[in-house]
Design a protein around this ligand. Sequence first.
Ligand SMILES: Nc1nc2c(ncn2[C@@H]2O[C@H](COP(=O)(O)OP(=O)(O)OP(=O)(O)O)[C@@H](O)[C@H]2O)c(=O)[nH]1
Ligand SMILES: [Mg+2]
Length: 189
Amino acid sequence: MIDFVNAKFIKSAPSLDEAPLDNLPEILFVGKSNVGKSSLINALTKKKNLAFTSSKPGHTKLLNYYLVDDKFYLVDAPGYGYTRSGSKHLDSFGKMMEDYFDNPKLKGVIFLVDSRHSLGENDIDFYDFIVEKNIKFVTVMTKSDKLNQSEKSKAIKRGQELVHGEFVLVNTLNNKSLDELRTIISKLV
Ligand SMILES: Nc1nc2c(ncn2[C@@H]2O[C@H](COP(=O)(O)OP(=O)(O)OP(=O)(O)O)[C@@H](O)[C@H]2O)c(=O)[nH]1
Ligand SMILES: [Mg+2]
């Protein structure tokens, strides 16, 4: 049994070279900016401010490592699809993540999409990428508290037409949905 509440921030790494040196498994949270990655890490660990959240997109700029129960890391990545206007460079996600996915410590990706919207081009590109790389992942639809029952069913149906594999609908206030995800993460680790 993994105790998700026994969690602490270890470090922020601007690139993979500065990641923790131990060989603990890593679970990476990926999704577009503002989808709720940092909030979900806080909810899973039952902490208010372990990961920094913001209503403005583009908040998380580094790889942030959170050690859970001394057994594995939850890694909060920058959101994709957010560049400062006028920038022709890769967004911070693209730059930082280029090498990350060949990292053998990576045991699974939590792929977050907003339950209120259809998947965007960036989401589909990322999905194609992890499928091609053969990386284990689970799709998590966030902010489901904003939907009524029929909207939830529609969101799941719409998502499953585009994305295969395991699917969970979560919101940060619903512990049952969080427990489902904790179980999935425990298995990946
Ligand atoms: N209603 C609702 N709001 C949520 C939920 N999860 C996150 N939010 C809100 O969504 C906003 C963005 O959340 P973050 O966790 O900072 O998003 P992020 O994906 O880490 O964003 P970046 O770091 O910018 O990539 C915040 O205002 C959160 O309070 C949820 O389950 N329900
Ligand atoms: Mg964040």
